[in-house]
Structure formats: C-alpha cells, structure tokens
Design a protein around this ligand. Structure first.
Ligand code: CP3
Length: 346
C-alpha cells in the first residue's frame, strides 16, 4: 500500500484510483504564457534556451506557480538528442526546427555517442535544480522523443506532412534505417538514465508521429524501440515509472501497452473515452486526453468534454492531461477553468 503522503502522480502510476486525479498539461510551459514569452526573448536561440539551467528552470516553474500542476516537466526539447549526436539542428523563428538531413549510411557515420552525456550536462543541471526547487507534492517528469519520431526530424530535416523520406528509407532499407533507430535507442536510454540519476521521478516518451505507420512497421519502429528503452530504464533505474505516448496509434494502443511494458499511456484526443476505460485502463494507468483545440475554444464544449473524461476515466487509474500540447493562442483562463473543474472532484 502506498503511503498517503506519496505524490499523487506516483500513486496514480502505481495503479491507484484517486478521487481527484493528478493533472499536468503537455507543453504547459510555452508561448501561451506571457511570462514565458518574456524569458524566451532573453535567449539568442531556442537550443541555447534549452541549455541554460537558469532560463529552463525558471520557465519550468512558471506554470506550476499559476496552476499548481501535480507534475513539472523538464523544459527542453526532443531535438536535443540529434544535436548532441553531432547533427546540425537549428530552430528558426516562425519556421520550426531545421536539420541537416541524415539519409544514408555515410550520414550515419558522422553521428556519434562519444561525449553525449557531457554535451548535455546543462540539461542535467536543470534537472538537479528542479528536483530541489519544485513543491514537495509535485513530481518531476523527465522526457525524450521516441526513436521513430526523432528519426523523422533527422531524416526529413525538419517537420513534414507525410514523412516520405523517412518512410521510404525505413521500408526500402530497414537494415540501414535500423542502425539509426538502434543509435537512438542507445542515446535516448543513456540520456534518460542520466535524467533519473539527477532527480527525474517519472519518464515520458513522446512518439508524436507513431500514427503514420502501418501495422507491421508500427511494431518494428514504434513498439520495439520503445520496449527496448523501457527495458533499459527498468534495469538501470528500477521503480521509475514510464509513460508512453504513441500518438495516433488507434487500435494499436493496446498492443503498444502490452508489449512495451509502460506503466502509463498518454492518449491522443481521438481515442474514445469508453474504449480507453474498457480496454486500456485494466492494463495500465491512462493519461489524457482533452482535445487541445477544445482548451483553446473554451466554454460549454470544453466543460462538457472535461466532465465526460473525469467521469469515465476517473473510475480507474488516471492522470488528467491533453491529447497533445497546449497551443500558443490558448487563453490562460481556459486552463484555469479546467484546473478548477478537476479540483472540484476532491
Ligand atoms: O511540455 C513542456 O512544457 C516541456 C517542453 C517541451 C517542448 N517540446 C518545448 C518547446 C516538450 C515536452 C517538447 C517535446 C517536443 N518537441 C515534441 C513532442 C511532443 C509534441 O508536442 O508533439 C516535438 C515533436 C518537438 C519538436 C519541436 N519543438 C517542434 C516541431 C517545434 C516547433 C514548433 C513550435 O511549437 O514552435 C519545437 C519548439 C518548441 N519546443 C517550443 C517549445 C516551448 C516553441 C519554441 C519557442 O518558444 O520559440
């Protein structure tokens, strides 16, 4: 039995059903907050922002001060891994990430894990400061992108609509593409273990583009690499819960949960609430899944959806969250309203 003093996030991930579920929101630190925009302006570029312990610690704490979330998520990005592996990564204003594409065995040869942990030292310093500075009832979440999703940015050279270059490479030459995925499994595992050693209490793996793959490829490039990272974490950091987020996985959410061994699964907004309750919740803790556009729109439509999610998923082990990250135009008062509705539960 868990002690009542244990953090709500850890109790939920331990399988407890709570009267008032813990809550945090993906991208809870970000441009929808004026205090974030103010700090963001002081950094010359987004990567140096992620590598500044002063700035990254401050913006991680900002949403906690406003809303009292039950979890803090380390402020960083999934693309710090390709950067640390030696790929050129840039974030351009209004354009998003731009990378020098990796598309061949030769390109792969230029990436290396040597010195990876040293290059990421400022991020671990941020984790140490956060574990010292967050309220004692708040849990600290560390995170990384999952190999498939990070690979799409590495291969396409940025965001994409259909992931043509990545899928073509994966389907036509799975042996070479598999070496990129293997490198990402190793780098991501080492990076996450180091986050835990510095104070992260929960790990979330973001597989944002999991939903573009057919079944066989989903098993090979989503389930298998996530399962290997979970196994590596289990052996290096026993007892640290892992939340997986195979966004857009549809019916394959079930096999993802069964075969990766995650403690929690984060649901995108398209996953039907009752199906999640019937099929997924008996297997692990579920997290989600308010549509981020409903949060932006606010009003009765948002309130209706929040009530339904709380009523149905609140009957089992559950963490309230969004189906995807908060969007920059979201009114902060809509976030406050959702928080109020959750707090009314207990
Ligand atoms: O959730 C949090 O509050 C922690 C911070 C966090 C960021 N990125 C900060 C960020 C997390 C967990 C991420 C993860 C991330 N980054 C994902 C997976 C989750 C998801 O949202 O799907 C992905 C795919 C990325 C890649 C990425 N980072 C893109 C495509 C962009 C540009 C688009 C955009 O929103 O600007 C980023 C930049 C980024 N990462 C910003 C933030 C707050 C905005 C940059 C800025 O403030 O200038």
């Amino acid at each position: 039995m868990s002690k009542p003093s244990k953090k709500l996030m850890l109790r939920a991930l331990d399988g407890e059903t709570l009267a008032r579920p813990p809550f945090w929101f993906m991208r809870q630190a970000g441009r929808y907050l004026e205090e974030y925009r103010k700090v963001r302006k002081t950094a010359p570029n987004f990567l140096s922002f992620c590598h500044s312990p002063d700035l990254a610690t401050e913006v991680t704490l900002q949403p906690l001060r406003r809303y009292g979330f039950d979890a803090a998520i380390l402020f960083s990005d999934i693309l710090v891994i390709p950067d640390a592996l030696g790929q050129k990564v840039e974030f351009r204003e209004g354009e998003g990430p731009v990378l020098e594409p990796v598309r061949s065995s030769d390109d792969l040869g230029r990436l290396s894990m040597d010195g990876l942990i040293d290059r990421m030292a400022p991020i671990f310093e941020t984790v140490r400061r956060l574990s010292r500075d967050i309220p004692e009832t708040t849990a600290l979440i560390g995170f990384a992108g999952s190999p498939w999703t990070v690979a799409t940015y590495m291969v396409e050279g940025g965001g994409s609509k259909d992931y043509q270059a990545t899928r073509t490479w994966a389907y036509a030459d799975p042996e070479a593409f598999g070496r990129l995925i293997d490198l990402l499994v190793d780098a991501t595992s080492a990076y996450l273990v180091e986050q835990v050693r510095n104070g992260a209490e929960i790990i979330q793996l973001f597989d944002t583009w999991a939903g573009v793959l057919p079944e066989a490829e989903f098993r090979r490039w989503v389930i298998d690499p996530n399962a290997r990272i979970v196994a590596n974490l289990r052996s290096a950091c026993p007892g640290v819960p892992v939340i997986g987020f195979p966004r857009g996985a549809g019916l394959l959410y079930e096999d993802f949960v069964r075969e990766t061994g995650v403690d929690g699964v984060s649901l995108d907004a398209t996953v039907p609430t009752q199906w999640a309750s019937d099929v997924l919740q008996p297997l692990c803790t579920v997290q989600g899944n308010l549509d981020n556009i409903l949060l932006l729109a606010g009003g009765p439509a948002m309130e209706h959806a929040v009530t339904r999610i709380l009523d149905v998923l609140g009957r089992g082990p559950f963490i309230f969250n969004l189906g995807h990250g908060i969007l920059p135009p979201t009114p902060p008062e809509n976030v406050a309203r959702v928080v109020e509705m959750i707090m009314e539960r207990g």
